[in-house]
Design a protein around this ligand. Sequence first.
Ligand code: PGA
Length: 256
Amino acid sequence: MTKRTRLLVANWKMNGDAELVSTMTDSLSAVLGNDAISSQVDVVLCAPNTLLGRFTEHRDFSLGGQNVSQYEKGAYTGETSASQLEAVACEYALVGHSERRHVFGETDALIANKFATAAASNLIPVLCIGESLEEREQGETEQALQRQLNAVIKVTDEKHWEKAVIGYEPVWAIGTGKTATPEIAQSAHKFIRDYLATQSQTASIASSVKVLYGGSMKPENAAKLMDQPDIDGGLIGGASLSPDSFVAIINAAANF
Ligand code: PGA
């Protein structure tokens, strides 16, 4: 079986300030300064755009944007391009987070274009997918995941999938305190990987692509979730705003 190193992506959403940048940087430096931990787990911090430039240049973790435009440049008020994220040292960008889909009405097609643009830049796109509560209750989880993946597969070249990361985030678990059980999450992750294996553009990356779980991951449930064979890490919202909680999740990911 392919060995995949673990990846934790913190999503601060519209939270945080200069003080959190500084306390989080100190806490992450302390934990990731330990080679036994940093050799097991990579950490990415997706802070609000206005805070990204405040992180020190030398860090033991990477930075990411929470969203990225499908356009390269031009008259698109309020948007941020892939190259602008790169200019503030971002290496990653979230694409299609459920709040972008459900609060801001981003469609599968728009998200697919954002993914294709980000994947063609130097950024690593983290494609977020997940079913709503209604879809789960109606037994349509797999169709929902397949629909969201298909939109992206349609517009993205095989070579651009190589560096992609996928975040499985059941919408009913995000920010609700309701975590998917490790078994529920594992079955969705396995479905995603198996489905990618059936598509010509993604078959070659199906076993190596990192699939992260997101939705109320916290220190108490992180280890059990990441023990599942197809869960390669986490996408962490609320618990990434507290240095203690986030460090505890990093320790769980590194098996300490
Ligand atoms: P949560 O958020 O950990 O607060 O549930 C996860 C996410 O939205 O990425």
